[in-house]
Ligand binder design. Sequence first.
Ligand code: ADP
Length: 294
Amino acid sequence: AIINFGSINIDHVYQVDHFVQPGETLASTHYQQLLGGKGANQSIALAQAGADVRHVGSIHENDATFKQTLIKKGVDCRGVKCSETPSGHAIIQVTPSGENAIVLFGGANQTITADTVNKALLDTSSSDWVLTQNETSSIADVLRLAKESQLKVAFNPAPMSESVKALPLDCIDLLIVNETEAAALTDKEELDDILTVFKEQWSHCEVIITLGKAGVMMLRGNDTIEVEAFSVDAVDTTAAGDTFIGYFLSAYSTHTDAKRALIRGCAASAIAVTREGAAQSIPTQKEVDRFLAK
Ligand code: ADP
């Protein structure tokens, strides 16, 4: 199984003619509520890729329908607790040109404690993986306790923040970052310099750097594996990284060869960028198989 300690957000998406100005009351022309959060997106991608995924997180009881959405996608949500704190949510304004402005409230995502982590790790086996991002509380506990439990630890430090550098990063087996996160984590700008830092200072773990439409690189021992992105007409790259991670890890955690797992991740995320939205853009396994058979 893959145990994902991750955020569950409710995205409130408002279409507006322009971003609301100080002191202005602005009527929105269209409103939609969507399930979001990097954690939830990655759990959905894992489930759609066929993985046995357990989500550990927290949401307010009034928002149980969003937990149902995750369950319907095939995610085991027994580790998703009800919190008295409002659910994590984002207030998203979208203008006609597609620009967005976002207010994010961490809410219930910030109520995960070391106790939550301990309980979730009680019933695990040595072949299990733990996955987490940077959108929930107690990440240091997740990394440390997962390692102590001798599980494989995958970490996607997104969204990136300075606090990531103070985490017990030596507990990680697999780091997955995009170019921005890689630059912030290594204090380097050029890809070559970033790679040098990872090779010299991160040799205790495997590192995957996703490079948008340039594809992906994986540093694995002394090997560097590169996979090109598939050429598609991108319309919305939201959740590209989340889709990649779900599809890659689903394959890799069941001992698929690294290069094949990277290709599956790239194929799934290439499909996702041809579609609008986050969770709803994540393809099914059948769609990925069909795409790769072309
Ligand atoms: P993030 O969404 O976290 O910023 P990236 O932009 O690096 O991550 O995208 C993750 C993966 O999605 C890439 O490695 C690539 O395989 C795929 N991808 C992203 N953008 C495109 C694109 N325009 N065309 C094809 N594949 C893409």
